[in-house]
Design a protein around this ligand. Structure first.
Ligand code: PLP
Length: 422
């Protein structure tokens, strides 16, 4: 028998069964500040989930918040489709001058509709149009969104099964950690073998660190090989920066560490600064083969998000967030290695910057979920990732203080001790 908790009855009675995170984190949220979520009773929870990577600069970041309050207070235009606005100009200039040019990146900016999956749809549509090929290579374990084009790239079976249609025009390539063979050579042979049955793709899409796939950072060497492979075969390289961009891995763009440049890259989530929906698709200028309005959408001119996005870039630079992430990464790795790994020799860990995974798959399929629930009961919101949801994914705000970081790690350690003891 299922009892409806009175305080959640509106949701349980009227909101679709499709709701999901609220099942794992059954609180009614009221406020949020910095690294904390606060429920209606005033109980504080440390947030190691960060809106699935949308809140890199923390909840209600003061600097970003002030910029949008000021903008609204003077009745700055909020919605403008893709017409010219001051807010858009300022964002583009800031992104161009303070981020792209500094890194020698010459890219055009496109504003798709405001979510990650919209950015991916634009990227693959453009790649197919440029190359006149329909196939795309994507990696097993990759997550790129839930609309049909992006879902065809995504390998999660549960999500794919819900599509109700055929998801096609994608060839899935084993991720480098899956088998003991060279995945780049494998792609090479798919193209060279006239009996492979695989169509040459317009693009290869990757996350340089698979996030939802279970936190797998790919080596710089592998990323360089992939770049080289794409160049040699006239295939566009698309980097999905949606979850791991915006300094999450220690560099503003996750591909920087390998000294490679993609041909197209997708950003969403934290590019909106404070959790406002916002996405961009970036591509080399020679790929701009769009005709006016060929890829359209009503919510491509959300000026409030553009104001927040510009403020977040300023905040990121002024507070040296990339260096901060690298410093905190060392602390997290040391803590996991010295305090958590000794708890059970079947535990594994992986990560980079401020995205880390503790992998329970060699213990059993239930323990990661038990640990996630135990963390919640101890005041920490943390999500799962990977095959069978066996990986606890640590993704605190990049602005988290040292004490808060230690507090969250201590909760995880004690939660693991408690579930191992059961
Ligand atoms: C790497 C990656 N790409 C794309 C998406 C889709 O973004 P959205 O949920 O905003 O559509 C996500 C969402 O988690 C993601 O992690």
């Amino acid at each position: 028998m299922h009892f409806i908790d009175e305080k959640f009855s509106v949701f349980e009675n009227y909101e679709s069964n499709v709701r999901s995170y609220c099942r794992k984190f059954p609180a009614k949220w009221d406020k949020a500040k910095g690294s904390f979520l606060i429920d209606i009773k005033g109980k504080k929870y440390l947030d190691f989930f960060c809106g699935a990577g949308s809140l890199n600069y923390g909840h209600n970041n003061e600097y970003i918040k002030k910029s949008i309050i000021n903008y609204m207070a003077r009745d700055g235009i909020i919605h403008s489709l893709d017409m010219f606005t001051e807010a858009k100009e300022r964002f583009i200039r800031c992104f161009e001058e303070k981020i792209l040019k500094q890194r020698g990146l010459d890219f055009k900016i496109m504003f798709p509709a405001p979510t990650g999956t919209n950015s991916i749809e634009a990227a693959i549509k453009l790649a197919r149009k440029v190359k006149g090929r329909h196939n795309i290579f994507a990696l097993m374990g990759g997550f790129h969104g839930m609309t049909l084009g992006a879902l065809a790239l995504t390998t999660d079976r549960y999500a794919r099964n819900a599509s109700g249609t055929i998801l096609n025009n994608v060839t899935h390539i084993p991720a480098p950690y899956m088998f003991d063979f060279n995945t780049v050579q494998y792609m090479e042979s798919l193209l060279e073998d006239d009996h492979s049955g695989v169509e040459k793709p317009a693009a290869l899409i990757i996350e340089t660190t698979q996030a939802e796939g279970g936190v797998y950072p790919f080596s710089n060497e592998w990323l360089k090989q992939v770049r080289d492979f794409c160049t040699r075969h006239d295939i566009l390289l698309i980097c999905d920066e949606i979850q791991i961009g915006c300094a999450r891995t220690g560099d503003f763009f996750s591909f920087e560490r390998a000294h490679i440049q993609p041909d197209i890259f997708c950003m969403a989530k934290s590019i909106g600064g404070i959790g406002l929906p916002f996405a961009i698709t970036m591509f080399r200028p020679n790929l701009d083969v769009w005709q006016p309005g060929e890829h359209n959408g009503t919510f491509r001119g959300f000026n409030l998000a553009m104001v927040a996005a510009k403020a977040s870039l300023e905040f990121m630079l002024e507070n040296h967030i990339e260096d901060e992430v690298k410093r905190k990464a060392e602390f997290v790795e040391r803590y996991i290695k010295e305090e958590i790994m000794p708890l059970d020799k079947r535990l594994l860990y992986r990560g980079i910057g401020l995205i880390w995974g503790i992998d329970f798959s060699y213990i059993n399929d239930e323990m990661a979920l038990a640990c996630c629930k135990e963390c919640f009961s101890r005041g920490l919101v943390i999500e799962l990732a990977g095959r069978k949801d066996c990986v606890l994914k640590l993704m605190p705000p990049l602005t988290i203080s040292n004490d808060e970081l230690k507090e969250g790690l201590d909760i995880i350690k004690n939660a693991i001790i408690s579930v191992l003891d059961r």
